[in-house]
Design a protein. Sequence first.
Length: 71
Amino acid sequence: MVEVRVDPEICAASGMCKLLVPAVFDQSEEDGTVRLTDPVPPAALEAKVRTAALRCPAGAIAVHEMETDAS
């Protein structure tokens, strides 16, 4: 399970993230910067979210592993 964080302050508003994973990312109508719509995406989208983070030209997307309770 992953948690996604975005930093609209450094976002270049390229829209790559929204293009790659529209279920997780959106863009502000005001200035086109990233908006996160699902900070804990389903497992099926994790690979796409990681790709979006790697392709972000501004490095505005961070993907963090979440600890799961195995009990």
